[in-house]
Unconditional design. Structure first.
Length: 115
């Protein structure tokens, strides 16, 4: 069983989870910019999860909500330059939704007692 309270940064996540949170090159720059804001909530989420399945489920929910919120609600500093209006942010949001779906599938697979 994977216990999370000692894990506080993405680099310390299980390899499979970290891989699911690695964006393709096309959105990596936007992910880094948005990621500053997104990652602020990760230590709290990670610290509340006692299993990898819980972690995947919570990260999935967090990414899905952020992906639906981000393109339409620019933050005070990150998006003053109009990032929310660029088409690339839609690509990033789509990637985040896909990553959320993969994390949810992993959570279900880890919890599933049947083959």
């Amino acid at each position: 069983m994977w216990l999370a309270p000692q894990v506080t940064v993405l680099d310390e996540l299980p390899a499979e989870v970290s891989e699911l949170l690695t964006p393709p090159a096309a959105v990596a720059g936007d992910w880094e910019q948005l990621g500053r804001r997104v990652r602020q909530g990760l230590p709290t989420i990670i610290g509340q999860c006692s299993t990898e399945a819980d972690l995947c489920r919570e990260l999935s929910h967090y990414l899905w909500l952020t992906a639906n919120w981000a393109p339409f609600h620019p933050g005070p500093d990150q998006w003053r330059s109009g990032m929310s209006l660029r088409p690339e942010i839609t690509v990033l949001a789509d990637w985040m939704k896909a990553a959320a779906g993969r994390l949810k599938e992993r959570a279900l697979a880890l919890r599933s007692p049947w083959p």
